[in-house]
Design a protein around this ligand. Structure first.
Ligand code: C5P
Length: 221
């Protein structure tokens, strides 16, 4: 049986940075489920899918194939045969991914892929609904969060380091709007699983969070 670690939480809590480091240390596979929603969003942006119309969304879902590959330990998302990793981190894709992730057909499309990855290997999987829906029997569940302003500041610093032009106010607004949508949707909303350990990283640096989560994981497996 493979070991499954679920890490959920709001945007900018540090899930992917921490999960990636821990997966490398523990020799687990890191599964970034947000990247899968982002790839579906990219397709719908490129195809100008009218997401208000369920028929259009259904046809888009039918036309999409998502595969996951690993290159040097990094997850690569393959959308209809094309590696889209370099195209899914824009603000437009963030916003579209949060909108379409409220649509049941979109979520259903990714669920079996996520579960089959977790069944095949020891994984650290991050997202919004991993502990509550995707892997309800995960060996370890962590809910990683931080104050909204701190999360926005981290995102802002990440963007400016990459040379992306933005303001802290806009980044903070986008983070708050996305969390609101993710928490309030009817299907698989962002919420802490009852048996998850909540870790607030507002006052912690990356090494402190990694040390804390490593201990939580090792204590439970
Ligand atoms: O984690 P990331 O910010 O890349 O996720 C992008 C969007 O995908 C989130 O805002 C959320 O709406 C959606 N998502 C989700 N369920 C997941 C992972 C991501 O609904 N398990």
């Amino acid at each position: 049986m493979s070991i499954n670690v679920a890490i959920d939480g709001p945007a900018g809590a540090g899930k992917s940075t921490i999960a990636k480091k821990l997966a490398k240390e523990l020799d687990y596979i890191y599964v970034d489920t947000g990247a899968m929603y982002r790839a579906m969003a990219l397709y719908m942006i490129e195809q100008k899918t009218d997401i208000q119309h369920m028929d259009a969304v259904r046809s888009a879902c039918d036309a999409i194939t998502i595969d996951i590959r690993y290159s040097d330990g990094e997850q690569q998302v393959i959308l209809n045969g094309r590696n889209v990793n370099d195209f899914i981190r824009t603000e437009a894709v963030s916003e579209m991914s949060s909108k379409i992730s409220a649509i049941p057909e979109v979520r259903a499309k990714l669920l079996s892929l996520q579960r089959s990855l977790a069944a095949a290997s020891n994984v650290i999987m991050d997202g919004r609904d991993i502990g509550t829906h995707v892997l309800p029997n995960a060996d370890v569940k962590i809910f990683l969060t931080a104050d909204a302003h701190v999360r926005a500041l981290r995102r802002y610093e990440e963007f400016t380091a990459k040379g992306i032009n933005c303001t802290l106010e806009n980044v903070e607004r986008e983070v708050i709007e996305r969390d609101e949508r993710d928490m309030n949707r009817a299907i698989a909303p962002l919420k802490q699983a009852e048996d998850a350990v909540r870790v607030d990283t507002s006052q912690m640096n990356i090494d402190e969070v990694v040390n804390c989560l490593r201990q939580l994981i090792l204590d439970r497996i």
